[in-house]
Design a protein around this ligand. Structure first.
Ligand SMILES: [Zn+2]
Ligand SMILES: [Zn+2]
Length: 206
């Protein structure tokens, strides 16, 4: 059996699991990073500049009256229908397997905290039996990356080490959210923008 996210073979003591422990830990980290008063969602909300037309924030394009893409992205992500709804869709999905508790609504921050919390709490169970963990992991990571890219503002996008997905290749690529594409130095495989962003992140010892 292999982990359905990173394809590494599962250890004997991981029998019955769909994903390996490192992948589970990464998902748990990403859920934790999003929620709470100091989490990415809360910090992203702070990036919204009311009356953005004359905002002095770093996202301003300088063209009077023109839309401000970064600010609109922040609004889209933080509003109902954004991150909160993406997470809640997973909560409903997991709940149908008896793996999460649907929240009672409330303020957006509260809904985020609830959704991330119930998913986090049930992750060890889900690791054994949820059929779409790879998709879930990818979406949570994408949300985290989007938040971090917007919070970082106009600093160069952070590079994240990811695992080459060629069979038998243990090459590590460094991708950022704005990468046009990457090539694995170990095996020479080329990844387009979308493909590169779907590779599984790895934690480096350094
Ligand atoms: Zn894995
Ligand atoms: Zn490779």
């Amino acid at each position: 059996m292999n982990c359905c996210i990173c394809a590494s073979s599962l250890w004997d003591d991981e029998t019955g699991r769909m994903i390996c422990r490192p992948c589970e830990r990464r998902i748990a980290d990403n859920l934790k990073a999003l929620s709470g008063p100091g989490g990415l969602y809360a910090r992203l909300c702070l990036r919204i500049h009311p009356g953005s037309g004359n905002s002095t924030g770093p996202a301003v394009s300088g063209t009077r009256g023109a839309p401000i893409p970064a600010n609109l992205q922040v609004l889209n992500l933080t509003a109902n229908g954004g991150i909160v709804s993406a997470l809640e869709a997973w909560v409903e999905d997991w709940a149908s397997y008896g793996l999460a508790a649907v929240g009672a609504g409330g303020r957006l921050q509260h809904r985020i905290d609830w959704a991330a919390g119930t998913l986090w709490l049930n992750l060890p169970q889900a690791s054994r039996r949820h059929p779409a963990l790879d998709e879930f992991a990818r979406e949570v990571w994408n949300i985290r990356k989007q938040c971090e890219a917007l919070i970082d503002g106009d600093k160069p996008a952070r590079k994240v080490p990811v695992q080459c997905s060629s069979a038998g290749c243990d090459g590590i690529l460094r991708v950022s959210i704005d990468t046009p594409g990457e090539t694995c130095r170990a095996c020479g495989r080329e990844y387009g923008h979308g493909e590169a962003l779907q590779l599984t992140p790895v934690r480096t010892a350094a």
